[in-house]
Design a protein around this ligand. Structure first.
Ligand SMILES: [Zn+2]
Length: 178
């Protein structure tokens, strides 16, 4: 693990303790003396995805990430939001403790995640994943989103994934513009 401050390749452990399901290590860089923290966790046994045609394929985080990324292309999302969604889904999948998971379960998780992140990304993903074959199915989905949006206050819908400070900042800039 390289030092996040100077990039030096070696560090010494100054403290380690068990946390949740892993080990937290406090390290000191042997190059610049800065301290940083690493977590060590057991890699779960491999996870297989059951595809639509019943074939099995080893779960691949990069594939999941690139699917989400494609849907989110050029959308104004907070930095790291796409990676975080992939991480959350991956963690949840391993948390299920199953050896095999149908691809549809993963697809639904992505849909749910994108829905709370960005509606356009959600519709993009859904149109491929749900294989919308005609415009009326697509319209139906958009209508559902619009009615959900009308019920939920703006700040709790698309802004919910922003850190609190950022939401506060947006509210502040809105106020000061008056
Ligand atoms: Zn360093």
């Amino acid at each position: 693990m390289n030092c996040p401050y100077c990039g030096f390749h070696d560090s010494k452990v100054v403290d380690s303790r068990y946390v949740n399901d892993g080990i937290r290590r406090r390290r000191e860089c042997l190059g610049c003396g800065s301290r940083f923290t690493t977590y060590e966790r057991l890699q779960p046994a491999s996870l297989f995805v059951i595809k639509k045609d019943e074939r099995r394929e080893e779960f691949n985080r990069d594939k999941l990430l690139s699917g989400i990324r494609k849907a989110c292309e050029k959308r104004p999302l907070p930095t790291g939001a796409v990676e975080k969604l992939a991480d959350d889904i991956e963690a949840e999948l391993y948390h299920m403790g199953k050896a095999e998971i149908p691809s549809a379960v993963i697809g639904d998780m992505v849909m749910e995640g994108l829905k709370s992140l960005d509606y356009i990304a959600y519709i993009r993903f859904a149109s491929v994943y749900r294989e919308f074959t005609d415009i009326s199915t697509l319209k139906q989905e958009v209508d559902t989103l619009l009615s959900a949006e009308a019920e939920a206050p703006q700040t709790t819908s698309q802004l919910s994934l922003l850190p609190d400070e950022e939401v506060a900042g947006i509210a502040k800039s809105r106020r000061s513009r008056k």
